[in-house]
Design a protein around this ligand. Structure first.
Ligand code: ADP
Ligand code: MG
Length: 314
């Protein structure tokens, strides 16, 4: 492109809060044929709230539930929703994940005095493990519990029910015993379904990639109009880039759109990486384009600006 056309395109983009990292990016965007959206914080608001607290009460004789090793076992009466939430929040207080913030906030709203864990370990894409005053706590996916030899199967039905509602369900275990399930929910951005349908009308393939589970991912895809075949769920942070590479190895030119630290490698791997302005610095640095208004509809606007620049070159 001529320097003049590039300057005009860059300026038009900037007037919509669309920042292109250089003239070559501006020219490349129009060749995108597949748009891959991250879910949380990109198509959804990324503001989670705690919606459900479900205790899984085992069959006992009422004598006590052997939750905590030693003399501190928890009686049936003590195993309440409040106890479950207290245990989970006391672990999540050490994490900065949006899920963690929702759990801690939900506990405080219910009058629970939340304290920080003594130690915390993030298990990427699966949850957390914490040492707390009450014992060793796991909060996260069934896979996380299996990793620590806790059987998650008693929670299967409860989880499925919550996930079909589009919620993210998490298991809570204390000292190797499954206590119950929490769920958090996040609203789809009002602009997301228009953005998806406009891209599809232009002939682009629209996909969803997320670390969240299949049922929740499909519920969100359904709300925004993404084909179930184009959903990649349960993708671990380190595997998001592989999903992009796999799609591109079929000859596609993909734009990855995301906001999180876990999206950065995928943003770098994509033909065009697009970060949201509210996203983490790591994502913005890895990206070629930044959408300052956080509006998924600006993806099509970016493509239009790129095409307009080409028209001026011709
Ligand atoms: P996404 O790709 O949707 O941004 P992440 O890769 O951050 O999601 O997390 C994927 C999944 O791992 C979450 O949906 C949740 O089930 C689990 N998870 C991650 N962090 C936590 C946490 N702090 N507490 C509980 N579960 C978590
Ligand atoms: Mg995200």
């Amino acid at each position: 492109a001529t320097p003049a056309a590039t300057m005009v395109g860059t300026a038009i983009g900037a007037s919509h809060g669309i920042l292109f990292k250089g003239g070559d990016v501006l020219e490349r965007v129009r060749d995108v044929d597949t748009v891959i959206f991250d879910k949380t914080g990109t198509l959804t608001k990324g503001e989670m709230t705690l919606t459900d607290v479900r205790v899984l009460r085992p069959e006992t004789d009422g004598a006590g539930v052997d939750v905590v090793s030693g003399d501190d076992s928890v009686t049936d009466e003590e195993l309440t929703e409040e106890f479950l939430l207290d245990v989970a929040a006391g672990a999540e207080a050490g994490s900065e994940h949006p899920i963690a913030e929702a759990v801690v906030e939900g506990a405080r709203e219910r009058g629970i005095d939340v304290s920080d864990p003594d130690a915390l370990q993030n298990v990427a894409g699966k949850g957390i493990r914490a040492r707390t005053g009450r014992g060793d706590v796991l909060v996260g996916k069934p896979d996380l519990l299996r990793e620590y030899d806790v059987d998650p199967s008693a929670a299967e039905e409860t989880m499925a029910e919550l996930e079909r509602e589009g919620k993210t369900a998490m298991l809570v275990a204390l000292d190797d015993r499954l206590l119950g399930v929490l769920a958090v929910a996040d609203e789809v951005k009002p602009e997301s379904s228009m953005a998806v349908s406009a891209l599809r009308e232009r002939g682009l393939t629209v996909m969803l990639v997320t670390g969240d589970n299949e049922r929740t991912a499909r519920a969100v895809a359904d709300q925004v109009g993404i084909d179930p075949d184009n959903v990649r769920a349960g993708v671990l942070p380190e595997d998001k880039a592989s999903v992009v590479e796999e799609i591109q190895s079929d000859g596609h030119r993909a734009m990855m759109v995301g906001d999180g630290v876990n999206d950065a490698p995928a943003l770098a791997a994509a033909f065009v990486g697009t970060a949201l302005g509210s996203g983490t610095d790591v994502a913005i640095e890895a990206a070629d384009v930044t959408l300052m208004r956080d509006d998924p509809a600006d993806v099509l606007r970016a493509i239009n600006v790129s095409e307009g620049t080409l028209a001026k070159i011709k």
